[in-house]
Design a protein around this ligand. Sequence first.
Ligand SMILES: Cc1ncc(COP(=O)(O)O)c(C=O)c1O
Length: 480
Amino acid sequence: MFRKNIAGVDTIRNIIVRSNSYTGKWVLGKETCNSRSFSTMTQLLTKTTGQEKATHADSETAPKTAQLLAKQDKYTLNTYARPPIIFSHGKGCRVYDLAEREYLDFTAGIAVNALGHSDPEVAHVISEQANKLVHLSNLYHNEHAGELAEYLVESTRAGGGFEASKVFFTNSGTEANEGALKFARKWGKFYGKKGINDGSVNTEKFGVISFSNAFHGRSFGALSATPTKKYQSPFTPMLPGFVSAPFNDLNKINEFVNDTTCAVIVEPIQGEGGVWEASVPFLESLRKRCDDVGALLIFDEIQCGLGRTGKLWAHQNFPKSCHPDILTMAKPLANGFPIGAIMISKRVADIIVIGDHGTTFGGSPLACKVALNVASRINTPKLLENVNNVSGYLFSSFERISKKFPSLISTIRGKGLIIGIQFTRDPSPLLKLARERGLLIITAGNDTIRIVPPLILNKEEAKKGIEILEECIEIFNEQS
Ligand SMILES: Cc1ncc(COP(=O)(O)O)c(C=O)c1O
């Protein structure tokens, strides 16, 4: 028993080591030692933080890893803070580093690998099509772009999604948003105030409204709609006409969206911003206001679409009165093979003509063939049911864990397999703690851990991930 924790407060790696005046020993959590030397303290710290249980310590990577990292560092322009490990292969919901250590993947390449890693069918389709025709450019038709467009439009309509009509293929999510914003700018020119086409070219309707915490990409158009300061400020000025409004604030919609607005762009569930779901009244009011002022409503479903919420599209969780004119998608569309798409309603398609937009790689036979395989396998009752079942298990587990650590975890948010765990302090140390125990997780927004595993995650894998994460949260909690 400790009588009192007196003075001796030593901080090594932000951990407080207390002296026990009763026994004269140094104490950290449940561990004690006699000496206050740095090495003893470090050992104590290691024991207490559960570091000895780290099965995948960063320091124990394969010898080849350090060499390769040093070599790559010399030539790679690095804009990411990455751990000192190199992944070489994956299977299903697991990935392996060069030291052959296995990790359970709760990140899916940031909501990309919906069907998991090294999916045999995807590998087969890639190989088969690569042996036939990889690329031809958009100067010619190919067999698969039309087939994929038809699948996306028809399955969106059949599943109760918005009134989709046509699709333009891109190479990434950012590029899909760029195209959508360009289409909206043309819409503004064409239709002018109140959405009426009187034959004149309207030059004043070019405003784009996005929302706080939104993430739409890093190119100039997409970045201008991404109001996070750290992303924008090194590259200002942003494009003219882009304004950010508060997310989910109904009272501000009329103030921001007006006759000069050509588009409103919104994620039905914000991903990077911290897993924040738009409310039905908010999206309904946006839809109504867009109609009133003749602006287009763009849903960015790049992260939350394609099965992640347990339906093909996130907007299918919302009533028709919320539905968009344009939907952008990318990430899981070809399970990691790069492709994005802009899906538009007929009235938008009607104003886009030959020459308005283009791309060299977008809509290649290879990307489209893979995407058709992936999208049609995501959009099956079995897979979507799995998302809902595993989601239920994860949510109840996170709720239980949050009750165990009420001062550390405040809320659990999200839908399906896009889940945000809101911490009361920066949870980024959890990434290393989890990784060193064989679990990959990521953060989002402010003090949020984001869980976006492959959609094929099963209950056993979910359980294993929860066990690791719970242990890490316990350690993290002791570190406070
Ligand atoms: C909602 C959303 N929009 C756009 C993007 C940008 O997509 P990409 O990285 O494929 O360009 C992302 C990427 O994280 C995203 O989450």
